[in-house]
Design a protein around this ligand. Structure first.
Ligand code: F6R
Length: 256
């Protein structure tokens, strides 16, 4: 069975549909198990989706009371108070505006001492497992095909699919794309990050990938139509395609 792919007239329309998808996932998981365990993404792509979720919350249509969240990644090293941290991003775009209990919002800690980074990442995977695994995971797609900060590499596919949460060096395409957020200066972008592994991502019970704009078209086409390869981490989603949904706009779908 192949992935579900929907192409929308605009990124905004895709994000509104994405908010509806998330609302449904939360409702179904809470009805089935009493809570929803959500994997969240940052970056430019899902900002309008979070706006739509906040609007639904304000209208009384969506509560995060029974939600637990795990974010995909965080720069390393970085303070949660740094406006470029993903902690700050999540507070700005979602956490400060909804009724998610503060102790249930998990973002990898960019201040953990380096000697404890492996332990912290391993604990993050154990927390997800202790919460019963992710009910759903939101993903963006890097221009180089990364998911989370699982960057292109030469691992064999089986080893890549088993990767846990860990500290990684960022790929040059990733730091180049992040430079705009760091005053246009690539030297200000942290060289490393903590990322949720491929293993917990592909184990999520449902996955929604959002990708918008012409500069994502080649990565989208390779992820959906190319061979499954660690050189294009998004292609690994083909190995769990029956639970993967892609929401695209016309530009990002243009090479399909
Ligand atoms: C963010 C993340 C990354 C981004 C990707 C696309 O938490 O894990 O994989 O989803 O780099 O970033 P944007 O949306 O800024 O194009």
């Amino acid at each position: 069975m192949s992935s579900t792919v929907r192409t929308f007239e605009s990124a905004q329309a895709a994000c509104e549909a994405g908010a509806e998808w998330v609302t449904r996932q939360i409702g179904e998981a809470v009805a089935a198990r009493g809570r929803a365990v959500a994997g969240l993404a940052t970056g430019r792509t899902p900002i309008a989706l979070y706006e739509a979720l906040v609007a639904r919350h304000k209208w009384g249509e969506l509560s995060f009371r029974d939600v637990v969240t795990y974010n995909l990644d965080e720069y390393y090293p970085i303070s949660p108070l740094d406006p470029n941290s993903y902690h700050a991003y999540m507070n700005q775009h979602l956490f400060a505006h909804v009724d998610l209990p503060a102790n249930r919002a998990h973002v990898l800690d960019g201040t953990v001492p380096e000697a404890f980074a492996d332990e912290h990442c391993a604990a993050f995977d154990r927390w997800i497992a202790a919460d019963g695994g992710l009910d759903f995971q939101l993903l963006g797609l890097g221009r180089n095909g990364h998911i989370g900060f699982n960057e292109p590499c030469d691992l064999d596919v089986e080893a890549m699919l088993a990767l846990p949460t860990r500290i990684i060096p960022l790929h040059p395409v990733t730091t180049a794309d992040a430079a705009a957020d760091f005053g246009g200066n690539v030297d200000q972008v942290p060289r490393r990050a903590l990322t949720m592994g491929v293993a917990p991502i592909v184990a999520a019970r449902a996955i929604l990938v959002l990708a918008f704009g012409r500069n994502k078209a080649d990565a989208v086409a390779a992820a959906l139509k190319g061979p499954i390869t660690s050189n294009l981490p998004g292609s690994l989603l083909q190995s769990v395609s029956s639970k993967v949904t892609w929401f695209l706009d016309a530009e990002s779908a243009s090479a399909l």
